[in-house]
Design a binder for this molecule. Structure first.
Ligand SMILES: Nc1nc2c(ncn2[C@@H]2O[C@H](COP(=O)(O)OP(=O)(O)OP(=O)(O)O)[C@@H](O)[C@H]2O)c(=O)[nH]1
Ligand SMILES: [Mg+2]
Length: 383
């Protein structure tokens, strides 16, 4: 047996492409509640850690745009217990874990740290640039590093505009960064931001989201700039969050292969109905059959062969049964997303009475599949 090839891909190469037979047989309102629950339970999570008043809650507010998140006055502690914020709020694809600020004499964070590290994929260390006293944070970092559950971290230096001199700002950030890296035992990526400038703008938010995207690639997918896109792409980007969410449900349910076989086509059918409705098109079995025909009978099979089993092994480093199931989840996520993308294109042109060639649809599907793989791997990594 060759362990390079995850078992699931050999047994079931059909997973690469939409299973129209099962999509057809899905009732209009399938019960997907178990899949929704599983998805919510396995959302990838960024854990915010820092002293009280460092700007943890402000960061989440700035990135998610959720103004109901409570931030403090900078003197008294604000967030008293760990709180999680799903993002996007209505159709979540990831989670921010806001935690109680470190540094109060009566608070021993040991238990909270253990709980948070088991729920999180990566750590965000938040520090006010002008605050050099970070002993509680450094102690927590050493503990987290020792426990070895969290591999990736980003340091966010906040309130940088409170330090007017550029030289002094550089020194302050460097001082804190050096302290953190010493406690962590290796170099760490960092970014400087200010969430509150007097003119209402924010310093470094774009850079912050870019850095957060390295840890959580779905963030850049969700924040795609709609600027210079043609109308077809603009309409797709408007639905992207919903399509990604369906992909997330498909990926999460497929972490358990037995459920996935039934659930994935049902989720895809739900997505196709949703997309068509948004484009104002009535979608029924006949339109589904037309869509399947437009893609062509050999659509998925060709794609599976071209992608190749060997390439799939690269998606998830490591081998064995767990990998088999994780790989299936990655493929289901990516295939559902790609199906949503190609459906948008097909429906857009159909609504204008235009035909799109099979090659064009295939190209769109493949590009979408390839482009989302990394985010899919991160999204389904806990499966
Ligand atoms: N000027 C400036 N103020 C900031 C910045 N980040 C946070 N603050 C302020 O610092 C105070 C505390 O911010 P929070 O986001 O509540 O801090 P926290 O880390 O969540 O604090 P706890 O919940 O107490 O642990 C608020 O008044 C924020 O407005 C920043 O980048 N610039
Ligand atoms: Mg807070």
């Amino acid at each position: 047996m060759n362990f390079l090839y995850p078992a699931i891909t050999i047994r079931n190469p059909m997973k690469f492409f939409p299973d129209f037979k099962n999509i057809f047989s899905t009732p209009n309102e399938p019960d997907l509640s178990a899949a929704f629950t599983k998805h919510r339970q396995t959302l990838p999570t960024l854990w915010l850690l820092g002293k009280t008043g460092a700007g943890k809650s402000s960061l989440i507010q700035a990135v998610t745009g959720n103004t109901t998140i409570e931030t403090g006055n900078g003197f008294a502690p604000c967030t008293r217990t760990s709180l999680s914020y799903d993002f996007p709020e209505d159709k979540p694809l990831m989670r921010f874990l806001d935690t109680r600020g470190l540094g109060e004499s009566d608070y021993d964070p040991g238990e909270d740290i253990r709980a948070c590290q088991d729920r999180s994929n990566a750590l965000i260390v938040v520090m006010k640039a002008e605050e050099p006293e970070q002993s509680h944070v450094l102690k927590a970092l050493s503990l987290i590093k020792k426990n070895a559950r969290i591999e990736h971290a980003l340091v966010v230096h906040t309130a940088v505009c409170l330090i007017e001199s550029e030289h002094e700002r550089f020194q302050c950030v460097k001082y804190n960064q050096d302290q953190v890296e010493k406690a962590w035992g290796s170099k760490l990526d960092f970014v400087e931001v200010d969430f509150e400038l007097n003119d209402g703008s924010s310093f470094g938010i774009m850079k912050l989201t870019e850095k957060l995207s390295y840890l959580m690639p779905i963030i850049s997918e969700l924040m795609e700039d709609r600027g210079h896109l043609d109308l077809e792409k603009k309409l797709f980007v408007q639905l992207k969050k919903d399509i990604l969410w369906h992909a997330g449900i498909a990926g999460a349910s497929d972490a358990v292969p037995v459920t996935g076989t039934v659930t994935v086509p049902a989720v895809q059918a739900r997505m196709l109905y949703f997309i068509a409705e948004k484009y104002g098109l009535e979608w029924n079995r006949r339109s589904m059959a037309e869509f399947a025909a437009a893609l062509g009978a050999g659509f998925g099979a060709n794609f599976a062969v071209r992608l190749g089993i060997r390439q799939l092994a690269k998606l998830i480093p490591g081998y064995g049964q767990t990998v088999g199931s994780a790989t299936a989840a990655v493929v289901s996520f990516s295939a559902t997303y790609a199906l949503g993308r190609v459906a948008c294109k097909y429906i857009y042109h159909k609504s204008k009475g235009e035909e799109v060639s099979r090659e064009e649809l295939m190209k769109t599907y493949k590009k979408a599949f390839e482009g989302i793989k990394e985010a899919a791997r991160n999204e389904t990594g806990k499966g």
